[in-house]
Design a protein around this ligand. Structure first.
Ligand code: ADP
Ligand code: MG
Length: 235
């Protein structure tokens, strides 16, 4: 692996942050082969329009601020932005939402990213324990994890068999198999995501918490549409 993963982490520490912005977390994840959405941070409305045009519509706009970890809570996410005038409208709307809800937040810019088609949502998370190292977690998104706590865990590093078992042992597995008219999920893409995540964690011991929530899973392939990485406090 090249130097880029440690550069991304060093930059955050140098700026006094013990977390990565979404675009940094996605860049890091992308270096390990995780299927993240493409995107670019814009620092003006015009730049936002330029990036959206380059990317192709529809796009998603999200707030980038060191004070905001839960972006939709402050009206900091606008989905399905379809043309230039909608980019301008969404850009302005996010700015005013954030100013109203969190006036102290320093705004770094707006992350313009490709809009992934909606599908079944899964999540992959990880936590570091000082004694046992990383635990990786897998589950379906939304109520399955929040209400039903239907998730599976393994210690990292995991093998391909571990990844397959993690996917099969959740109670809601039948949804991934295509129950009730849901699309059948690409299980090999999920296995690859779990294995790549395990590799990234072994390679980047500064990560203390990881949350890819949600990951949209299709009949072929998957897209990580949100990624949050918390780093250990710098020693
Ligand atoms: P938060 O910081 O609030 O968790 P997210 O980045 O997860 O913000 O965005 C909120 C929701 O918007 C996600 O749960 C997902 O359903 C949807 N979403 C976010 N980014 C995309 C995207 N690039 N394509 C499609 N849907 C998205
Ligand atoms: Mg999220």
């Amino acid at each position: 692996m090249n130097e880029r993963p440690s550069e991304i982490i060093k930059k955050a520490y140098a700026e006094g942050r013990s977390f990565l912005f979404e675009h940094e977390a996605k860049e890091l994840c992308g270096l390990y082969g995780l299927p993240v959405t493409k995107g670019k941070v814009a620092t003006s409305e015009n730049e936002g329009v330029e990036e959206a045009k380059k990317m192709g519509f529809p796009v998603v706009l999200k707030i980038v601020s060191p004070q905001i970890l839960h972006k939709s809570d402050v009206g900091g996410v606008v989905l399905n932005v379809k043309d230039e005038s909608e980019v301008r409208e969404a850009y302005g709307r996010i700015m005013s939402n954030v100013k109203a809800k969190q006036p102290d937040a320093h705004i770094e810019g707006i992350f313009v990213q490709e809009m992934a088609p909606s599908s079944t949502e899964v999540i992959v998370g990880a936590n570091k324990d000082p004694a046992f190292g990383y635990t990786i977690m897998f589950g379906l998104g939304g109520i399955f994890v929040e209400v039903l706590k239907d998730v599976s865990f393994r210690l990292v590093p995991i093998t391909k068999l571990d990844a397959e078992e993690m996917i099969h042992e959740i109670k809601s597995y039948r949804i991934l198999e295509g129950a009730r008219g849901m699309p059948k999920a690409d299980e090999s893409a999920l296995v690859d995501i779990l294995l790549s995540t395990s590799k990234m964690l072994m390679d980047c011991p500064q990560i203390s918490e990881l949350d890819m929530n949600p990951i949209l899973i299709y009949e072929k392939g998957a897209k990580v549409v949100d990624a949050r990485i918390i780093l250990e406090e710098k020693k």
